[in-house]
Design a protein. Structure first.
Length: 362
């Protein structure tokens, strides 16, 4: 037992600058349980950094290489231990765990008194991962969030952490999340971000990307006009988003970016119709801008959904500019503009839209 652990730890130390090791001894963790480390920052790639099967009760070792410090999910499951499909279909027989861990190429040890205490949080009073400065910083950030990472970072929490950790990879990770979806930050907030993070020695590529995104974000701070996009009408006429916005000066304007393939977008349409009918056209207007790349799909969806407001579609160049200049990762994406054509904010979801429109018009 001790000799085996010593060998494992020696291997980890010898390779610590090139590989990561995640190891430990957890009472109740049985031989045959599978462990996997999945990239949580780039889920579309389905990148698995490491997989291992527990060979001896309690003891485990995951090894691999992280190209840069990365937020991952450490999973365990007992599916391979279950005898047949009926047993696998029995919910009570199946056990999964999902634990966030910020992985860098270091020797990381999991400390927990029992397998049943492995959490879906990076740290608890019973569960600790030691040996990684990146994970230590991540735990500190999550603690500020209240024990679970905020899906959408709160600026006050994020900036507090960044000021305390000005060169942490976690600070840059959080900052890049804040910069996703333009028109969420004020000019003052953007300046605070620039000053708070002074570098990132452990992930220079991530820091370079942060600097690029900051530069782009100066165009999409709240209170600015919309960054222009090339559009086309259903009749095939080319136009510009900036000109369309000017046509609706003097009223509150919602720009609804959507797509025929986006279920959430289309599920929101009935609520938007109710909102549209609640206020007069001299108070409030909606325009929809489709991200569809297939003209037939766009037209079919418009016909089926029967949206009573004006429709546009992004051109190929408009599509590229939308995702790069607005730093958008998907739709639905909403912009609410004031009577002067300045962007108030990017509301979160249709409920956020309804709440904000009500506030502005009452």
């Amino acid at each position: 037992m001790l000799a085996c652990c010593s060998v494992l730890l020696l291997g980890c130390k010898e390779a610590e600058r090139q590989t990561f090791c995640i190891h430990g001894t957890i009472p109740g963790l049985q031989a045959g349980v599978e462990l996997a480390l999945l990239n949580s920052e780039n889920r579309s790639s389905d990148e698995t950094l490491a997989v291992a099967i527990v060979q001896k009760d309690g003891e485990f070792l995951l090894e691999g290489t992280a190209s840069h410090p990365t937020l991952c999910t450490l999973t365990t499951n007992n599916l391979a231990k279950l005898g047949d499909e009926a047993e696998k279909d029995n919910y009570a027989s199946v056990k999964w765990t999902y634990t966030p861990v910020f992985v860098d190429n270091s020797d990381m040890e999991i400390q927990v008194p029992a397998y049943d205490l492995v959490p879906d949080a990076p740290e608890t009073k019973d569960f600790h991962i030691v040996g990684s400065s990146s994970h230590d910083d991540y735990c500190a950030y999550v603690a500020l969030c209240g024990g679970v990472e905020d899906y959408e970072p709160r600026f006050d929490v994020a900036i507090q952490f960044m000021k305390e950790h000005p060169q942490s990879v976690v600070s840059v990770y959080v900052a890049n999340k804040l910069l996703t979806n333009g028109y969420n930050l004020t000019s003052e907030q953007l300046q605070q971000l620039e000053k708070a993070i002074t570098g990132c020695p452990s992930d220079t590529a991530r820091f370079a990307r942060f600097q690029e995104r900051i530069a782009i974000a100066h165009q999409t701070v709240t209170g600015n006009s919309v960054v222009n996009l090339d559009l086309v009408t259903p009749e095939g006429t080319s136009c510009q988003l900036a000109d369309v916005v000017k046509e609706h000066a003097g009223k509150l304007l919602l720009v609804d970016f959507w797509a025929s393939w986006c279920g959430i977008c289309r599920a929101a349409t009935p609520d938007l119709k109710v909102l549209y009918e609640t206020y007069s056209r001299d108070q409030f207007e909606i325009i929809s801008v489709s991200c569809d790349e297939k003209d037939d799909a766009w037209r079919s969806a418009m016909e089926k959904d029967q949206m009573p407001w004006t429709q546009y579609c992004l051109t190929a160049q408009g599509y590229q500019d939308f995702f790069s200049k607005y730093q958008v990762v998907g739709v639905p994406y909403y912009l609410l503009l004031d009577s002067n054509g300045k962007v108030i904010t990017n509301p979160s979801g249709v409920e956020g839209v309804k709440k904000l429109v009500k506030e502005k018009l009452q």
